[in-house]
Design a protein around this ligand. Sequence first.
Ligand code: PLP
Length: 395
Amino acid sequence: MNNIEKDTVTRKENREKQFTKTAFDPFDTRHHGAIQVPIYQNSLFAFDSYDQFDQAMSELLNHHVYSRGNNPTVQYLEQKLAELEEAESAKCFASGMAAISSAILSVVGHGDHIICVHQAYGPTREFLGSYLSRFGVETTFIDGRSIEQWSGAVRPNTKLLYLESPTTSFFGLQDLRMCAELARSIGALTIVDNSWATPCFQNPLTFGIDLVVHSITKYIGGHSDCVGGVVLGSKALIERIGYTEYMLLGGIMTPQTAALVSKGLRTLPLRMQRHEDSGLQVAEYIGRQDFVSRVNHPGLPSHPQYELGLRQMSGSSSLFSFVSDVPVERWKEWAGRLRYFKIGVSWGGFESLVTVNRIERENDDGLEASLIRLYVGMENPKDLIADLEQSWSHL
Ligand code: PLP
């Protein structure tokens, strides 16, 4: 077997093992064998003796004392996600942004410096670039596609390398292993937003990354019915976040949300398989249209970092974009004529979505281009392609 064949087998095995992890739970006497975790709808947990109470208070996160700390339904989901992401530990939050801001705050303080990929999710950039500067934390934004850009931005006070791979508008990748090695060599930590690939297709901790964050709102939740986030990493780092940002800022996940997400999680590997197949079919079709100048999809061999993607991901999801010189106004009218693609933010649910944005052209001629972001849901990809096909004539 040559190296490419071996890599393909490993990628396939990595994906297959997630099916058992999501479907199987060991028998749990605490829940009377309940197949879905019960919703513990309570704020506090009472004790029979003061000795037990004192013991629990001394280790709040390892006992059930108060739900702004450790609720059994939320804890079940945390353990499940940790297993999928190959993490020692996890903490679930009220939103992806609560998870992201808490993870960042747990690493930096006044006078520190952060390096961040400049196409990271907008509110993350705003938190780093504007909000944190009020507290004396500076951020340098870089393209991030080559390791030289990261090492060139390092300062003596750099404490954090913040990655989002792939980024969710232009879908550029960062080399996870090299960034983790660079961070370690300068005594900094790394955080990766892994919402696009999900734990099914990429496990950044296995490349030496310190913390992984997800917007659970996206594929993990999978049904556009809840907002949530998670931070995953070593027991020590997650415990630190648990006792500080989690408990002090209080952006916790509710037990109802945790139960909904746990239910959705059962089908995550299956859904991702479908999203990958359909996403690639639609992206390939888009790439054949003559008014499309570029398709940004890391799973297409035409993507400039396709090889890196194969090394660090075992699959690709179904959010991608394409660039066109047709003006934005015409694309906006076009979007309104689509039947199956609804106009809307977010992604990761069952329904296909579209958004349109104005961007500068890459050749620096001062002219504008359009960036169309498509999210391919669970519909039959043939129907989605037929919907697109009928729409071009009016473009
Ligand atoms: N990360 C990425 C890549 C996102 O696209 C989003 C939301 O769109 C977030 C984080 C934030 O997640 P949430 O909306 O759950 O706070």
